[in-house]
Design a protein around this ligand. Structure first.
Ligand code: ZN
Length: 244
């Protein structure tokens, strides 16, 4: 959705609320929420989720505990600002490390695992990176090796693949070789009863119009056409179940 449409919505929101129909007021706030600018109502301490997703995660956590696992989120909700910090740090590091890389080379490296600020599913409060707190010793627990057959999260991986769906959670970035976009992330789960709907709403956004995008390194390349292809390859390069 373009900035112009945001403003139009705000204008209509005012008119509607003045006559007692605040439906549009709600949806214009919603728009800014999905891109991480406005903070939604969240639950949790160390990791934050929308209340419905948090409660579902707590239920899954209790069931997992009975099977000897302590589910823990290394990252739940993230604002535009926190995603920007991650993005800009990676950008600066890569630029130093590979001086011959062009802007697009650097961006292509970052988007192997990290979403452009404003486009991250972590803005929605529905997605969470899960580890087992009993085995959480590593500085960087989110590696494919840890979740592989010989890794310390082997059992966690198995347990989630068998049980997560019954609590409303599923893997987003699967190992399917036909999938485009972000690389395989065996730790990133989404609460699909809410996130399937959000994806449908967010796909009409014109991310290039987000004014805060100007503070994101490499943003000169984020044209309308760049985002069109990014949307189809990355936002929709996910577990097919989530777009069905
Ligand atoms: Zn994640």
């Amino acid at each position: 959705m373009t900035r112009r449409i945001f403003n139009t919505n705000i204008f209509f929101s005012y008119i509607y609320s003045a006559i007692g129909k605040n439906v549009l007021l709600f949806s214009s706030t919603e728009n800014l929420t999905y891109i991480g600018i406005e903070k939604p109502i969240l639950m949790g301490e160390n990791y934050l989720l929308l209340p419905e997703a948090f409660e579902a995660f707590e239920k899954m956590k209790m069931a997992a505990e009975k099977d000897g696992l302590r589910l823990w989120g290394t990252s739940g909700y993230r604002s535009f600002e926190s995603q920007k910090t991650i993005w800009n740090e990676k950008y600066k590091k890569l630029k130093l490390q590979f001086p011959s890389y062009s802007e697009i080379d650097i961006i292509n490296c970052i988007i192997e695992f990290t979403a452009i600020p404003g486009t991250s599913r972590h803005h929605w409060g529905t997605d969470i990176d899960i580890v087992d707190a009993f085995g959480y010793k590593n500085e960087n627990p989110l590696t494919n090796e840890n979740f592989s057959e010989k890794g310390e999260y082997q059992y966690l991986n198995y347990w989630l693949s068998k049980n997560a769906e019954s609590f409303g959670f599923c893997l987003v970035y699967t190992e399917n070789p036909d999938r485009t976009g972000f690389k395989f992330e065996p730790w990133h789960y989404t609460y699909f009863p809410l996130s399937k709907e959000i994806l449908h709403k967010i796909c009409n956004y014109s991310f290039e119009d987000i004014k805060e995008m100007k503070t994101v390194l490499g943003n000169e390349l984020f044209s309308k056409s760049y985002f069109e292809s990014y949307k189809s390859n990355y936002l929709f390069g996910i577990n097919h179940f989530l777009i069905s």
